[in-house]
Design a protein around this ligand. Structure first.
Ligand code: NA7
Length: 533
């Protein structure tokens, strides 16, 4: 075998790339990392729009593998804001001393498997080419932004900004007429902040959000101490949970409770300010639409409590998809924003945006003059970051062609025909349907153990059997079909990107079960994979 430049290449320096690089080095492998940004952080480097905040509780959105990191880092708020998370990843990367393995400001443009040498050849936009035995994508799930291809988009005379590409020097909207397109997590967070500054804000809403007041607040000293003292118990509980966030579910179905009982349950959980506690209240909430309607109506009631104009409250109320089929957003004063005199809502569901004009936005029934447009229009999630790289496996087969009808993976981490490729948080793994940091820890640890095994047995190539990948993917789709996910036009199913195959992007069976399956596969000598020596 020709000697590679490195044992492994890692693409991306977010949570997964940082931890993966550390693990590989720990096991004595040479590793080269590439990262498009000037430093670590990944998604949390780019998403600096005002109000950007995680929707997992800070202590849960953190690594658990290193006692020193746990002991030395202190979160300040219950829900961490973007600057805190970026500081955290910087802290972890410095602590593990992994930055020196990365070339920053460097984007990988292609990665081709060479059948003759059995190595990956990785080319960057800075003209660098390196070879490696293992290719590990740590490219994130929400790192390829999506801006709809509105006619005339380039003609607008004012400023256009996507939430994930916010200027680092910030923007002052004072005195401006601003339009925000999109009311997903990013829109719901940025809208109150823009409203605080702009002369007038017009929100263009296609689908209303189920949003939960996150009740953010500083952490108490007791909470911080409790977490550190009970970290082992915390780890066990979060690993036992399907979502990487411990919660409790009643042992009775929602429809077996009276309306009064249900509302008491929902109210108590609403006040916990944690989305998982609400959606997991009853076992049937996400499998039975009638059960789901009960909690959806509870959320709509919360909107009516806040929004003073009943007509506006109704316009802001989601009605045509189940709660949870699109991400439940966490907000700070989102619905209150619509009580302001300088904010108006335009529903573009029935009168869609037809064009961007030099002066603003034209919908099917009106024109809106604007000085700036914010696109809170989301991401080509999960597969987008992988398919934006020209990845080619055996016989020159491209990943884009292989996934033309939707991604096919084994365990979300391996792709048939792409030897020695590991796709961290890839499609078909629990990725974004769990606390992603927990999912990352599990994927990185499983991958590093797999690589250790391959090195120990002197393997040259490791890849899933075609049948195993097909079966896994079919099962993942079947599992999702038993839930309400397919009923939401969301990025969970690729439905937000025109032309993207509509298929669930994640394994919905829970991180706990998924972990067991992965461990079992490993224990059985990597059942479902072929190992060539
Ligand atoms: P999302 O959740 O995909 O939200 C995008 C929003 O943009 C959503 O409200 C879309 O409406 C809207 N959108 C997209 N295209 C259009 C067009 N053409 N016209 C009008 N409105 C449009 O992305 P986010 O960035 O908010 O959140 C992504 C994840 O990041 C989030 O879930 C967290 O995990 C972090 P639609 O719902 O498609 O009708």
């Amino acid at each position: 075998m020709t000697a590679p430049d490195y044992d492994s290449v890692v693409i991306g320096a977010g949570f997964s790339g940082v931890y993966m690089t550390h693990k590989l080095r720990e096991q004595g492998l040479t590793t080269k990392g590439f990262e498009a940004a000037p430093t670590v952080g990944g998604t949390w480097y780019w998403n600096i729009y005002p109000g950007a905040r995680c929707d997992c509780i800070s202590m849960e959105y953190a690594f658990t593998f290193d006692p020193e990191i746990i002991a030395e880092w202190e979160w300040t708020e219950r829900y961490p804001a973007q600057p805190d998370i970026l500081r955290y990843i910087e802290f972890v990367a410095d602590k593990l001393d992994v930055k020196r393995h990365f070339s920053f400001n460097t984007r990988v443009v292609s990665a081709h498997f060479d059948d003759a040498t059995g190595l990956w050849s990785v080319v960057t936009d800075t003209g660098e080419t390196v070879t490696a035995k293992y290719l590990i994508t740590a490219a994130g799930c929400l790192s390829t932004s999506s801006t709809p291809d509105f006619p005339g988009i380039g003609s607008f005379r004012g400023q256009t900004i996507h939430t994930s590409a916010w200027p680092r020097e910030g923007i002052d909207f004072s005195g401006m007429r601003v339009g925000v397109i999109g009311t997903g997590s990013s829109g719901v967070q940025v809208i109150p902040k823009v409203a605080d500054q702009a002369e007038h804000l017009t929100v263009f809403q296609r689908t209303p959000a189920f949003s939960l007041d996150c009740g953010n607040r500083p952490l108490t000293e007791d909470e911080k101490l409790d977490f550190k003292e009970n970290i082992e118990e915390f780890k066990v509980l979060s690993r036992q949970s399907g979502s990487g966030q411990f919660t409790d579910t009643l042992e009775v179905n929602a429809l077996d409770h009276t309306e009064e009982q249900r509302n008491a349950v929902y109210e108590e959980r609403w006040n916990r300010h944690r989305a998982i506690d609400l959606i997991a209240s009853y076992p049937d909430l996400f499998t039975d639409r009638a059960a789901n309607d009960t909690i959806a109506e509870f959320f709509r009631g919360k909107i009516r409590d806040v929004v003073t104009d009943p007509e506006l409250a109704e316009q802001l109320s989601p009605r045509d998809y189940p709660l949870g089929a699109k991400r439940i957003t966490l907000d700070t004063g989102y619905f209150q924003t619509y009580n302001r005199d300088n904010v108006s809502l335009v529903s573009v569901k029935n009168a869609p945006i037809e064009a961007i004009t030099p002066d603003g936005i034209k919908t099917a029934d009106a024109e809106y003059a604007l000085d700036a447009i914010v696109f809170a229009t989301g991401f080509d999630a999960v597969t987008g970051p992988l398919l934006s790289i020209d990845i080619r496996g055996r016989d020159g087969q491209s990943l884009r062609e292989a996934w033309a009808d939707g991604p096919v993976t084994y365990l979300g981490v391996g792709v048939h025909g792409f030897p020695n490729l590991f796709t961290l948080t890839g499609p078909g793994s629990p990725n974004v349907l769990t606390n992603v940091v927990c999912a990352i820890e599990q994927h990185v640890e499983w991958t590093s153990e797999a690589i250790a095994h391959l090195e120990a047995v002197g393997a040259t190539a490791f890849e899933p059997r075609e049948s195993a990948a097909k079966e896994w993917t079919e099962q993942a789709i079947k599992l999702a079909d038993g839930t309400l996910y397919p009923e939401g036009n969301s990025w969970y199913t690729g439905a937000n990107i025109p032309g993207k195959p509509r298929v669930i992007m994640s394994y919905v069976g829970g991180l706990n079960l998924y972990r067991e399956i992965c461990d079992d596969v490993a224990a059985k000598g990597y059942e479902g994979f072929t190992i060539a020596t």
